[in-house]
Design a protein around this ligand. Structure first.
Ligand code: URA
Length: 224
């Protein structure tokens, strides 16, 4: 294996600096009750990045994202539909500290944490981003349209593809239909990764422009 070039080395050290900064972050009130900052885990050079909502109790305890029931389901679906393990992708959240009692993250907490996520995206530079659930999908796509309307397609976003899907916790609550939707979305994401990494035998799934969101927004009150 050839040694990493100087560009890769400086991106790696920038990534570690970002982690160190995030781990001592006090930009919002979530820092007061956290046990640990859950910065993210996996391969910082991955082609595929998953973005969830925020750490729960298990994540706060271990410092790792998606290690509770939702995470076990994510691991399983990633393996079954994409042939991947969590070490070969990168997994992060919209907020890096646990909201008390698993409440939803508040707008000011999301805004305070946003620079960490944006820098992670910039440094990892994945080809495909899978947003898990409403919080990450709405934040990145800058929309109020809910995940059930957004999912089912891939969008061109910031020079990459964004594939919104249901949060694994919604699959745990929602059963078979929700599970089938996430499976289909993960297959779509993996096809785009394969194509973008040069597999010519892979079918190219349609990647639609974000402007098409206005069509979805026609459905009044579509926030779920
Ligand atoms: N665990 C996480 O790390 N993120 C979520 O969104 C849910 C569970």
């Amino acid at each position: 294996m050839s040694p990493p070039d100087s560009q890769t080395q400086s991106a790696d050290s920038a990534f570690e600096e970002l982690r160190t900064a995030a781990e001592s972050c006090t930009s919002c009130g979530l820092c007061e009750q956290r046990t640990q900052v859950v910065f993210g885990s996996g391969d910082p050079h991955a082609d595929l990045m998953f973005i969830g909502e925020g750490p729960g109790a298990e994540e706060d305890r271990t410092g790792l994202p998606f290690v509770g029931r939702s995470g076990k389901l994510l691991d399983r679906l990633m393996g079954e539909e994409m042939g991947l393990t969590r070490d070969s992708v990168y997994i992060a959240n919209v907020v890096k500290c646990r909201p008390p009692a698993n409440r939803d993250p508040r707008p000011e907490e999301i805004a305070a944490c946003r620079p960490h996520l944006e820098r992670q995206l910039e440094l990892i530079d994945p080809k495909v981003v899978v947003t898990l659930g409403n919080f990450s999908s709405k934040l990145l796509m800058d929309t109020r349209i809910g995940i059930t309307k957004l999912r089912g397609r891939a969008y061109a976003w910031s020079g990459r593809a964004l594939v919104p899907t249901l949060h694994p916790a919604a699959v745990l609550r929602g059963g078979g239909d929700a599970m089938a939707m996430v499976r289909a979305d993960l297959v779509r994401a993996q096809m785009i990764v394969n194509r973008s990494t040069g597999d010519p035998s892979e079918t190219e799934p349609a990647v639609v422009d974000l402007t098409e969101l206005s069509e979805l927004a026609d459905v009044a009150g579509a926030s779920r």
